[in-house]
Design a protein around this ligand. Structure first.
Ligand SMILES: [Zn+2]
Ligand SMILES: [Zn+2]
Length: 262
């Protein structure tokens, strides 16, 4: 499996992805808003885009569908219930397998929370990979402002994302690493790993931002650190009603609430 991450250099800070089969050169484009940039990248590598996949229905992920399908004739894949996305050729459900060329297989995860029809792709490769749209970001999680539900996002994290192997590479839909790390450090000022990654992030432009692993996320992403004493103590300062032993779900929801206005 070959993966090309494409920085869109736009205000949304989108990352697009091409996932290609090394034997046939067929490629799947994930959320190619800037479809021309994706098409150029594919041509440079001699790849042919045969499928487009939307992780969810927001326009900053679907806005390139028509251009890309018009230019390539690619098939469009999206969550089976994502009715707002027009022209879907294949509706996806939990456990479906998406094949790219002769060698690539991606498992569809049904991951509601950011929206209720959000999917992630998981590659069971030697080093696994997760294409996670706006569900998980580097050092953060998606908001739930536009059709989402923080409680469902918590469930998705606990029952699915957190159970994937620590070695999994994380490929989100946007580049928010430095900003999210600042939130981590606001919540957990003694998090040395987050401080180190932030210093590193400031030395790179977004096009060269690091690809984290889930193991690393568990060290630098507050939303995986729901048992951390500093996180809990500082949340109690902000929300005195939390009491002595708030449960993980409450911590997650309060972190999401704070991040909304941070
Ligand atoms: Zn979104
Ligand atoms: Zn987005």
């Amino acid at each position: 499996m070959l993966v090309e991450r494409i920085w869109a250099a736009n205000d949304y800070r989108n990352f697009h992805y091409l996932i290609a089969c090394p034997e046939t050169g067929e490629a799947l484009a994930v959320d190619p808003l800037d479809w021309r940039r994706c098409l150029d990248a594919a041509r440079d590598r001699g790849w042919r885009i045969t499928q487009v996949l939307n992780t969810h229905e927001h326009l900053d992920h679907t806005g390139g569908n028509a251009g890309m399908v018009g230019a390539t004739g690619a098939k469009l894949l999206a969550h089976a219930a994502a009715g707002r996305i027009g022209g879907v050729d294949r509706g996806l459900s939990k456990g479906d397998v998406i094949r790219v060329g002769g060698t690539v297989e991606l498992e569809c995860l049904d991951t509601p929370g950011h929206t209720m029809t959000h999917i992630c792709l998981f590659a069971h490769t030697e080093q696994p990979a997760l294409f996670c749209g706006d569900t998980l970001f580097n050092a953060g999680v998606g908001n739930c402002h536009n059709g989402g539900d923080p409680l469902r996002l918590y469930d998705t994290f606990v029952t699915q994302i957190a159970k994937l192997p620590d070695s999994t590479r994380v490929y989100p839909g946007h580049e928010y690493l430095a900003r999210n790390l600042q939130f981590t450090l606001d919540r957990e000022p003694d998090n040395a790993a987050a401080a180190e990654v932030l210093a590193d992030a400031r030395e790179h432009d977004a096009a060269a931002a690091r690809v984290t692993t889930l193991g690393e996320e568990k060290r630098i992403n507050s939303f995986f650190r729901l048992q951390n004493p500093t996180v809990i103590a500082r949340l109690r300062d902000a929300f005195p009603e939390l009491g002595e032993q708030p449960d993980a779900r409450t911590i997650f929801l309060k972190l999401r609430e704070l991040r909304n206005s941070w």
